[in-house]
Structure formats: structure tokens, C-alpha cells
Design a protein around this ligand. Structure first.
Ligand SMILES: Nc1ncnc2c1ncn2[C@@H]1O[C@H](COP(=O)(O)OP(=O)(O)OP(=O)(O)O)[C@@H](O)[C@H]1O
Ligand SMILES: [Mg+2]
Length: 313
């Protein structure tokens, strides 16, 4: 078992030599577990049993420390609202640039919501969806009653939830982008996302408020559900959309909000996903182009690790 200081030392060494184009293998035995929009989750042989999520795009160490504070605050807000984050430590590593690693225990991938969705019988899938929705609904309800103007929710997509083999409540594993609002305004570290684009596109994407409107949707129970179901297409589980809509509508019908929230339809889910996939793909292509320009032409450093290709349907 490594202490956090040892992990910090290993990550500092790892950062010194990592090839951001081809991070896998190498002296630290790097494996990529998954990519986010602007993040990458890796495992290192040198740090067994841990998942390491690399957050980049910081302009200074001070900003990275601010991010860490915001992260800690987010865990607290989630817990108050009935959502249990998977225990997460933050490690700030300053080399050529500053990055933050979120360190968690490596959980069994088969028990993540998206694997369950693809591989388990409908009964199990239904139980997991209901368990995640119970937590999301609890945070949405809590947000309605706050007095300090601070709201927080979780990303509803199933790949962000870990359902332990032993049963019990699910854990939220995706805590790297705190989804919070202060007095109704999205308060998040959205600059990390914008900075993955070249100027002036970064300013344009920021002006569009793309991340803010995306985040705002999670505060609305019905939109959070549409996002969860729409993501099934990206997860290559389109056959599960229709039966899961039934599960969700059954669940909605048992909630205190049942008269305020209309049942979900298949047409809406498809439409919701189509809109999302096109925008994300465009942004991804722009980022690859930016990396090429910055690294190869200007010989600078584009600090994000990007996937080769994303299968979205
Ligand atoms: N602790 C963990 N154990 C095993 N796998 C993990 C762990 N954390 C993350 N992963 C894998 O990496 C994927 C992405 O992680 P996560 O959801 O935290 O970030 P993200 O969605 O990539 O980030 P963002 O939402 O910030 O773009 C998960 O769906 C899972 O497959
Ligand atoms: Mg995620």
C-alpha cells in the first residue's frame, strides 16, 4: 500500500517522462482506463490498485490548489445531499505545467453502471438505474430547500456510478468536474474545458456557454434522466433504451414529483442524444487539430491526453 506522498513522488516522475501522444507502457507501466472530454483516467503498475484521473489545463499551481479546494467542497455538498462519492484524494504535480491527479481505489469495471447496462439482465439494470435516480432525486430535492444559495448535483450518466457487488448504495466515481451553482449561476472549473480549445475558439465556446448549459441540465431531474438514457447510445446499448424508459417512467410514477414531471418518450431520448453527440464530436475534432498545431508546428505543449477515435453510435 502506498502512502499519498509516495504516490505524489511517482506521479511527479511519471509526468517528467510521459509522452502525451502515446502515454501507455513505459517505465511506469501506464494503462489507459478511459478518456473523458478533457481528462484521462490511467492506472500505473507503479501504483497498484489505484485509478488516477489526470486533470490538466491549469495556468498556475495556485489555480490547481484552488481547484483542489473546490473539489473538497463538492464532496461535502454531495454527501449532504445523499450522494456518496468514491473516496478521492487530490495530488498536485508541478513539472513543465501543473496537473492534478484524482486518486481513487480501482474498482471492478464490471460493476460500473455502463458495464451492468450492457451485460447484466434487465432486472439488475433496473435496480441500478433506480438506485442512481434515488440519489439524483435526493440531491435535486435538497437543492430546492437550501438557504445558502449553493446547489450541487452529480453527472447522471451510468458510467459514473459504481454499484458494489455486495449491494448497498452506489458510489459516484466521477467527481472531477464539480457541478455546482451559487445563487443560480453555474459555479464550476469550466476554464479547464475551454482551454482545451485554441484562442479565439476558446473565447467563442466560452461565450456560447456550452459547459454552463450542459451543467445546468443536471439540476433538472427530467433533463438529468434524458441525459442518462441518451448516453446508452454512446455506450453501445441502444437495445436497452426502450425497456429502461419503462423502468424510469415506473420510478417517476412513484415519486412525489410525479404530477410535475411528464413521462419520458423514446423520441425525446433520441433527439437529446443526437444533439449532444454532434456537438461533442465537433469539439473533439477541434481539440485534435489544436494539439497538432500547438505541438508539431509551434513546438509548444498541449497538455491534454486525447483519444485516437471515439465511437459515439
Ligand atoms: N476508480 C475507478 N476505478 C475503475 N475505473 C475507473 C475509476 N475511475 C474512473 N474509471 C474509469 O474511467 C471512466 C471515466 O472516469 P470519470 O467518469 O471519473 O471521468 P470522465 O467522465 O472521463 O470525466 P469528465 O466527466 O470530467 O469528462 C469511468 O467511466 C471508468 O470507466
Ligand atoms: Mg464520467
Amino acid at each position: 500500500m502506498h502512502r499519498l506522498e509516495d504516490i505524489r513522488d511517482i506521479l511527479a516522475e511519471f509526468e517528467k517522462q510521459v509522452d502525451l501522444y502515446a502515454p501507455e507502457g513505459g517505465p511506469f507501466g501506464c494503462r489507459i482506463l478511459d478518456y473523458g472530454e478533457v481528462t484521462v483516467v490511467i492506472a500505473l503498475d507503479a501504483v497498484p490498485g489505484k485509478a488516477l484521473k489526470r486533470m490538466s489545463g491549469f495556468i498556475s499551481e495556485a489555480e490547481a490548489l484552488e481547484y483542489v479546494e473546490e473539489e473538497k467542497r463538492y464532496y461535502g455538498l454531495l454527501s449532504e445531499r445523499g450522494i456518496t462519492p468514491l473516496p478521492t484524494e487530490c495530488v498536485v504535480v508541478t513539472g513543465k505545467t501543473t496537473v492534478v491527479y484524482l486518486v481513487q481505489d480501482l474498482v471492478n469495471k464490471e460493476r460500473l453502471g455502463n458495464s451492468i447496462l450492457r451485460n447484466e439482465p434487465m432486472e439488475t439494470v433496473a435496480g441500478c438505474i433506480e438506485a442512481a435516480l434515488d440519489r439524483i432525486a435526493s440531491s435535486v430535492r435538497y437543492n430546492r430547500q437550501i438557504r445558502d444559495g449553493l446547489e450541487a448535483v452529480a453527472d447522471s450518466q451510468l458510467s459514473n456510478w459504481y454499484f458494489p457487488e455486495t449491494g448497498g448504495p452506489p458510489f459516484l466515481i466521477d467527481v472531477g468536474s464539480p457541478i455546482t451553482r451559487a445563487n443560480g449561476k453555474v459555479y464550476a472549473f469550466t476554464q479547464l474545458f475551454y482551454r482545451s480549445f485554441p484562442w479565439p475558439l476558446s473565447s467563442f465556446v466560452k461565450w456560447l456557454g456550452a459547459v454552463e448549459s450542459y451543467f445546468n441540465e443536471y439540476f433538472d431531474l427530467r433533463l438529468a434522466i434524458l441525459d442518462m438514457l441518451g448516453n446508452f447510445y454512446k455506450e453501445q446499448a441502444s437495445a436497452r433504451v426502450a425497456p429502461c424508459i419503462e423502468v424510469v417512467n415506473g420510478w417517476l410514477n412513484r415519486q412525489p414529483e410525479k404530477d410535475e414531471i411528464k413521462p419520458i418518450t423514446l423520441t425525446e431520448v433520441k433527439k437529446y442524444y443526437g444533439k449532444d453527440a454532434a456537438l461533442l464530436e465537433l469539439m473533439f475534432q477541434v481539440r485534435r487539430y489544436t494539439r497538432f498545431i500547438r505541438n508539431r508546428i509551434f513546438r509548444g505543449r498541449y497538455d491534454y491526453i486525447l483519444p485516437g477515435y471515439i465511437k459515439r453510435l
